[in-house]
Design a protein around this ligand. Sequence first.
Ligand SMILES: [Zn+2]
Length: 93
Amino acid sequence: MQPTEQSEHLDEKDLELYLKAQLSDASISAIDAHLGRCQQCVDELAEQDRCLAYLAELGAEENPGGAEKWVYPRVATDEPASLQILNPFSAGK
Ligand SMILES: [Zn+2]
């Protein structure tokens, strides 16, 4: 367990909302200010951006209504193939 001294870093959820433009102007300004002095969070934001774009692409092609509907419900969750699908960062897209 780590001490809480890194609490000033941006939350993954905040970054997601930031990318989706679902934050108030004040929150966006605070995040912009943090991104201006923290490369670590800039990298995190870039990863989130890729992830969201990837998921949006999947959703648009396969399932416009949302991600809760599985195309292959009988695929076992512990199969390596499904692990790759669940990990967009290694998909190279
Ligand atoms: Zn940070």
